[in-house]
Design a protein around this ligand. Structure first.
Ligand code: DX5
Ligand code: ZN
Length: 222
C-alpha cells in the first residue's frame, strides 16, 4: 500500500529565488509530482505563480507538474498553463461558474483534469463529474498559504470520496493538500488518500533533508 503513495512537494515552501534548483532537488529526493500552487489574489488572498514560471521550470524535470489553480474565474488561464507544461490542471469546484465546462476544457487541451474542494465544501459537489476527472484534491486547510494546521474534519470527506472511487473502480488520484506532517500523514493515508501534498514538511531543514522528509511522509502509513 505505502508503495502506491505519491508525494507532491508544494514549491510554495521552496526558495523562490532558487526555484529551478529546488525543483531538481525535490525530484532527486523522490518527489512523484511537483505541486505548483497558483493564487490569483481574488479567489484566495495571496499571489504566487503564473504560466511563465511554470514554463521556466519545465526543463528542470520530467516529473509530473501538478498545477493547482486557486483562480476565479479560471477558464481563460487553462490553455496557458497546459502550454507551459502542466500535466495535471486542478481547478476549484467553488471557482465557477461552470465546473463541468471547465473540466471539459482541461481534457480538451490535452491535460489531466483535477477538481478541488475547500474544507467547507461537501463531497457531493462532485456527484456528477467523477467521469470527467483524473484527480480529486481535498483541501485540508483553507487555500491561500502554506504552513497552516491540518483540519481534522476533512478525514471523513476523504473516506467518502475513496469509497465512491473504489465502488465504481475509477482511475482517480485522491490527493490531500494542506498541513500534512509526519504525525498526521498516516491518518490521511488511512482515510484513503494516495497523493499527499507537502510544502512545509518537505522543505523543512533545507535540501539535505528533502529525501528523508519525503520518505518519512510516504512511509507514515506503513
Ligand atoms: C495552500 C496550498 C498548499 C500549501 C501546502 O493553499 O494549496 O499546497 O502550500 O503547504 P503546507 O504543506 O505547508 O500546508
Ligand atoms: Zn496546493
Amino acid at each position: 500500500m505505502a508503495n502506491s503513495i505519491k508525494i507532491a512537494p508544494s514549491i510554495l515552501s521552496a526558495d523562490f529565488a532558487e526555484l529551478g534548483r529546488e525543483v531538481r532537488d525535490v525530484c532527486a529526493a523522490g518527489a512523484d509530482y511537483v505541486h505548483i500552487d497558483v493564487m490569483d489574489g481574488h479567489f484566495v488572498p495571496n499571489l504566487t505563480i503564473g504560466p511563465g514560471v511554470v514554463k521556466a521550470l519545465r526543463p528542470h524535470t520530467d516529473k509530473i507538474f501538478d498545477v493547482h489553480l486557486m483562480v476565479a474565474p479560471v477558464d481563460s488561464f487553462i490553455d496557458g498553463f497546459i502550454a507551459a507544461g502542466a500535466d495535471i490542471v486542478t481547478v476549484h469546484a467553488e471557482a465557477g461558474p461552470h465546473m463541468h465546462r471547465t473540466l471539459q476544457a482541461i481534457r480538451a487541451g490535452g491535460a489531466k483534469a483535477g477538481i478541488s474542494l475547500n474544507p467547507g465544501t461537501p463531497a457531493k459537489m462532485l456527484d456528477y463529474i467523477y467521469d470527467m476527472v483524473d484527480l480529486v484534491l481535498v483541501m485540508s486547510v483553507n487555500p491561500g498559504f502554506g504552513g497552516q494546521s491540518f483540519i481534522e474534519s476533512q478525514l471523513p470527506k476523504i473516506e467518502a470520496i475513496r469509497k465512491r472511487i473504489d465502488k465504481e473502480g475509477l482511475d482517480i488520484d485522491l490527493e490531500v493538500d494542506g498541513g500534512i506532517n509526519f504525525d498526521n500523514a498516516a491518518r490521511v493515508i488511512g482515510a484513503g488518500a494516495n497523493v499527499l501534498v507537502a510544502g512545509t514538511a518537505t522543505f523543512t531543514g533545507g535540501p539535505a533533508h528533502y529525501a528523508e522528509n519525503i520518505s518519512r511522509i510516504r512511509n507514515a502509513g506503513m
